[in-house]
Design a protein around this ligand. Structure first.
Ligand code: HH2
Length: 285
């Protein structure tokens, strides 16, 4: 990949680590821990010290059944964190995890550098906001909303349909004037996917390289790991590291994780293995 995100040029196969900070009361694994702006900013600093390449800040949980948050409240949760980090000289790019154009705009104005939209630019106002700001964007695959996505897991051809729906997202981005070179794609593990479907996507994620965009994958602590292992959410780090390894071997450039120090070790070992066998497998076209 070759993409400037804020002050940093992301170049080469990576893997690059996106550290997660949720300024929410109800996120599925770290809800309530970083609702206070000082605690959220301190967590971002901690993840930077552990080796994160960028941080992803969210003010609304996307877990199934989470209470929706209005834009005013979501802004109130995230903007002070970004302002605080930037005032303190935080050196990493900041990604804003939001589906709302108004929140994305406020976050970018406060010093965020990348928009992470789990709705894949479903809202034309979001596509316009990203285009107008000239910001790079993560376009994630899902169907419906976090409240309804569990009812939208019927696929005849999982990989084919996810790829086609990501292509539709790319068309929405292009129509809004977002340059193709600014778009990162994400298959959305756990979003309108059963645990079995998340496993299949993870196993075949390298096929999505044929779309010609950098890939981001977020396996961290997710339900498919609990489904495979029986581990509760607070005990899914080993499974997460196996998933990170699989991503890197498949040629995924960016991985979104809560536990950066541990993921960094797994990612470095996996990258060495990937490179020792001559790089990621060629993308099928
Ligand atoms: N997963 C979550 C949130 N945002 N963004 C991208 N691009 N990809 C993902 O897989 C992804 C994401 C869910 O994890 P988390 O932020 O920990 O939980 P919550 O949504 O409950 O805040």
């Amino acid at each position: 990949m070759r993409l400037r995100i804020g002050a940093r040029l992301f170049e080469g196969p990576g893997p690059f680590l996106m550290g997660v900070v949720n300024a929410t009361p109800d996120s599925f694994s770290d809800g309530g821990r970083f609702l206070d702006p000082a605690a959220a900013a301190a967590q971002a600093e901690r993840l930077a010290a552990e080796g994160a390449d960028l941080v992803d800040l969210g003010g609304e949980s996307t877990r199934p059944g989470a209470t929706p948050v209005d834009a005013t409240e979501e802004r109130r949760r995230v903007v002070p964190v970004i302002a605080r980090l930037r005032a303190g000289g935080f050196r990493l790019p900041i990604s804003i995890d939001t589906c709302k154009a108004e929140v994305a705009r406020a976050a970018l104005d406060a010093g965020a550098d990348l928009v992470n939209d789990v709705q894949g630019l479903a809202d034309p106002a979001m596509a316009r906001a990203v285009a107008e700001a000239g910001a790079p964007v993560v376009l994630m695959h899902m169907r419906g909303t976090p409240a309804t996505m569990a009812q939208h897991c019927a696929y005849a051809d999982l990989l084919g349909e996810v790829a086609a729906e990501l292509r539709a997202g790319l068309a929405r981005a292009a129509a809004a004037g977002i340059p193709a070179a600014q778009v990162i794609l994400d298959p959305g593990l756990g979003f309108a996917k059963t645990p079995e479907q998340s496993v299949e996507l993870l196993a075949r994620v390298g096929e999505l390289r044929a779309l010609g965009h950098p890939l981001l994958v977020g396996p961290s602590r997710k339900r498919f790991i609990g489904h495979l292992t029986g581990a509760p959410v607070e005990d899914r780090l080993p499974g997460t590291l196996a998933a990170v390894t699989a991503c890197v071997l498949a040629g995924v450039e960016l991985v979104r994780v809560h536990d950066v120090a541990a993921a960094r070790q797994a990612a470095l070992v996996a990258a060495a293995l990937r490179d020792a066998r001559g790089g990621a497998p060629a993308a099928l076209r």
